[in-house]
Design a protein. Sequence first.
Length: 411
Amino acid sequence: MISYMDRVNISVGQQALHRAFGLTTVSFGYLLGAYSWTYAMLQLPSGVLLDRLGLRRVGVVSSFIWSIASFGTAAATGVVSLFSSRLLLGVGEAPIFPLNAKAIGYWFPEKERSLPTAIFDAAAKFSPALGIPLVGLLLLHFGWRFSFAFTGVLSMAYFLLFARMYRNPADDPHLSASERAYIENGRKLADKTDDEPSYSLGHLLRQRKILGLTLGFATYNYSFYLMLTWLPSYAAAGLHLSPVHAVWAASVPWCFAGVIELAVGGWWVDALIRRGHDAGRVRQRVLLVGMICGLGVAGPAFTHQPILALLALSVGIGGLSVASPVGWSLPSILVPPNSTGRVGGIMNFGSQFAAISAPIFTGYLIKWSHSYATAFALAGFLLLVGIASYVLLLGRIERIDAPVLSAIETD
């Protein structure tokens, strides 16, 4: 939640940054995507580091870096320092989602992973739901520098909490014997998987299921970052709302998305699996139905009525939010724990190309068409591509075949 406040705060400040640095619509689109450039480049290295160095070491360093980046944005004196601080933010936040996916693989048996995955992923929706109006009000009353400094304080507090509290199950002194036995019976802990071969990056990149998962999730991420970066501006300029009404209107789809993700993508999926339904089939159906509902993000291409547009966007981001925790639970299902960091890194690396392009393409499309309609229509088209990739490439949700070891490796 805190990391996404660091991401969404800049989307609220378009007018303030235009006045301070003269940013145009197109240059603002590049600034919105700057964070994702370094974030994308570090996805594969982050996955490898998580598998080799462990969650706690990587998590402590990354959260400290993104805290410094938030304060750096508040202190920016020009366009160069503003872009630099956003690039540094991407460095610090790069391991977050692979780290969470790997941690849930450690702490929860497969039949219980949907709800905890939905909890951390829903935070990415509740964050703009709370952050857009909060940061917007701070900006209106105290200025844009104060709003960035505020998120920097929150980030530093999280760094201290994570360093003090997080442990893997094998290292947690507060874990009772019965809890430890339950976890070990539900799955093999990372330090208990020496008998399972580690899946190399090369082997994983050749897998059809990994390609389908990555491509499908990238189309989700395009719509997600379109709304994360441009929704406040769309509410103000596209729907002609006042600044105060715009920040509150922009939070509505995110509130709905967070609630529906927890209820359907998390609790309901786990409940069906516990009742004996085939886990792979349940996840596959929820993934596809959620993506189909996600086509609602194209709604603003067909209406300029604020209520109808916000309703369509709510259905769209709500459907995508239901599918998202299923997608993030798959790295720990498709491969053993000693390789989930790599799969999470591949998945997030691919999806970040969409995160980079969404705000930039939107800036150009708005300049070209003087409307937001084409930007939302493009997002809907890309979701159709994502649905096809989940059907044709990902297919059945099941463990990927292990790499064949040579005689030397087996010795």
